[in-house]
Design a binder for this molecule. Structure first.
Ligand SMILES: Cc1ncc(COP(=O)(O)O)c(C=O)c1O
Length: 396
């Protein structure tokens, strides 16, 4: 051993990677999804995206921008035209007037969520998360060395319900925020406006942030849009609203979304975004302007298509003897409870082998998800019918 090596050996060698990062878990959805690569002819209903490509009027706007040479650095929080389109969108949908400085165009909902956690979580802080929940969300808190404190929705015969007393009791001195996704993934749960008002008042009293994930706000089957915290909050309330182009306009691969923050935080987010991505892409944002300005017809068609898909799978699954389902009010997921299923991950893998239908294990979505499988019904009716025929063999 040489002298310098000896000197190093006197200290503990630092880990290669921060333990928090090396200990991050693989998503259990991905674990089942990978089986799809080796199993021929699988009908995969495990991942949360639609089956149609982005409509051409959106793609054309992005292509035209590229061809016009819009390939340079761009303002950190997004181009002015997209801010204006989003201001008009929120005015028309919710009757709220947003200032452009409250909007940040992000690399989809995922990056918006990460930016929020970077801004508010110190090591040891906790976020109370209403579950079952999209698994990536928990990772954004863990990466910041925060604690995920799960509060499960109740599964009732009438659908999923949130117990506000239990939610408030879960908050303590180290709680920085309450995270709520409404409409929810994987449940399709929609938070009533009265509950939003109660949460807003509680968070005001306690100085907590509300992180409202509204990426499925438009995929709702009995009205035009889901209730939003934006309709209730004042511009200086501690509220972040996360949204995305991914689901509503069939743009999952574009990776563009937006974050609404309280007035006055723009300089903070300018810095954070500079050091994360240094801003988005102008040409993608031109496509997003087209989505907002010309996309209402597409949204209406998409919702009608998903409503028919939902009705078909609910009707078929309800007739299977081992299955219990409630009709989701929104989003494009359905949680099916399987009688006697003890390990959802194991069962989901079994279904791939025996029926060649891919579903996600409910246990991937945290507390309250075990005992369930998640099915994404954003697909064509013939494909869904075929999936139901196959599932029947095991579930009936
Ligand atoms: C509840 C929820 N929030 C946010 C996202 C993020 O989507 P994206 O990063 O594609 O905008 C997803 C994606 O599945 C989701 O289900």
């Amino acid at each position: 051993m040489t002298a310098p090596d000896q000197a190093v050996a006197e200290f503990d060698r630092p880990p290669l990677i921060r333990p928090t990062i090396s200990e991050l878990q693989d998503s259990k959805i991905v674990e089942v999804w990978k089986l799809g690569f080796t199993t021929p002819d699988v009908i995969g209903l495990w991942v949360g995206e639609g089956d149609l490509p982005t409509p051409s009027f959106i793609c054309d706007a992005a292509v035209a921008s590229l061809q016009a040479g819009e390939t340079f650095y761009t303002p950190k929080r997004g181009i002015a035209e997209l801010h204006q389109a989003l201001i008009d969108y929120h005015r028309d949908l919710y009757g709220v007037r947003l200032a452009a400085e409250r909007i940040a165009v992000t690399s989809a909902g995922m990056n918006a969520m990460m930016l929020v956690m970077q801004a508010i979580i110190s090591p040891g802080d906790n976020v109370v998360v209403v579950t079952p929940v999209w698994p990536n969300l928990a990772a954004t808190i863990e990466i910041m060395n925060g604690e995920v404190r799960e509060l499960a929705l109740d599964s009732t015969p009438a659908g999923w319900r949130l117990d506000l007393d239990r939610l408030f009791a879960a908050c303590d001195r180290r709680t920085r925020a309450i995270y709520l996704a409404s409409p929810g993934n994987p449940t399709g749960w929609v938070m009533p406006a009265e509950q939003q008002q109660a949460v807003l008042e509680f968070c005001r009293r306690r100085g907590l942030w509300i992180i409202a994930d509204e990426v499925y706000a438009r995929l709702i089957y009995d009205r035009k849009v889901a209730p939003s915290f934006l309709s209730l909050a004042a511009p200086d309330d501690r509220l972040f609203v996360v949204n995305s182009f991914s689901k509503t306009w069939a743009m999952t691969g574009w990776r563009v979304g937006w974050l609404i923050m309280p007035a006055g935080l723009a300089p903070i987010f300018d810095k954070l975004m500079e050091y994360n991505t240094s801003g988005g892409q102008t040409f993608l944002q031109r496509g997003c302007v087209a989505a907002i300005r010309q996309g209402e017809g597409f949204v209406a068609e998409t919702v009608a298509r998903y409503r028919a898909a939902r009705d078909l799978v609910v009707q078929r699954l309800s007739a299977m003897r081992k299955v219990r389902v409630t009709r989701p009010e929104a989003a494009f997921y359905l949680m099916l409870h399987v009688d006697g299923m003890e390990d959802a991950l194991h069962f989901a893998k079994r279904l791939v082998h025996e029926t060649r239908v891919g579903l996600a294990p409910g246990s991937a979505f945290g507390a309250g998800g075990e005992g369930f499988l998640r099915l994404c019904f954003a697909s064509s009716l013939p494909r869904l019918s075929e999936a139901m025929d196959r599932l029947e063999k095991v579930l009936d």
